[in-house]
Design a binder for this molecule. Sequence first.
Ligand SMILES: [Zn+2]
Length: 323
Amino acid sequence: MDEIRPNLFRLPIPLPESPLKYLNAYVIKSDDRNLIVDTGLNRRVCLEAMQAGLEALHIDITRTDFFITHLHADHFGLVHRLVSDTSRIYFNRPDAELIESWEGFDPMIAFAGRNGFPQDELRAALEAHPGHKFGSSWVPELKLLKADETIQVGAYCFQCIETPGHTLGHTCLYEPSEKIFIAGDHMLIDITPNIQCWEDTQNPLQSYLASLDKVSRLDVDIVLPGHRRVFTHFDRRIQELKRHHQNRLEEVAHILRTGAPQSAFEVASRMTWDIKSESWDAFPIAQKWFATGEAIAHLRFLEKENRLERHTKNGVVTFSVKN
Ligand SMILES: [Zn+2]
């Protein structure tokens, strides 16, 4: 645990088996109410790390509220085991609506199959999915954020900044006088946030790039991300992330220029990934899943730019580049 600014602490919560290594929970203490930003997976190792940290900081949970940046299990999964009767859980409306209308993983599984994910590996992919294994067993009452909501914690006044992309309603916190940006999974260092698409109606990569442009107007001295280390080069990181996705888009277009039309799964198998693995076949199944979702997001962006032709054969969607 480290104190990043007065009364603002980073609490690393381990994420075993994940390349993300740990989740950063942020604890902001005040004489009135405290705030905890993001929580970890619904599993014992996360709960114990959180409880030990809160104890060391003498946090009274009955005087503590929560802010969850987005619905993914490594941020949201543990909150229901931490709240007290008097705790508020600040959360964005679009992700809350996704949770409310959630019909299980079946639609996602079917969508992955249509995008070329091998039928005989779909079940294994689901079993390995962190949201399936370590999601919350029930959803506590959420305090949905209003437009331009601010949250005062001691001397800090955080503005809620909607940054759709990583999820539909992903929301960051910005403290303008201290120039602190709590980024969730909108901006990470060393690794790039995973941008996945699991529905034909969405274009999350376009939303993500627009959200990067939106936050680029903020004056930021320090970025507190949801994973890995804290960093300071906010503007440069935004440019790096934008360039990364431009390169990715060109890589996907290049892959599609060679050979027959390809499914998202096939495209994913030919993209370059930062994962320590000898070959695509040796990829952990959960990483194949995330890679396919990421490939779909890039294909969708190119398709919306009218650069791709879509084909369907035997229930599988494939793409080729328009000439
Ligand atoms: Zn995360």
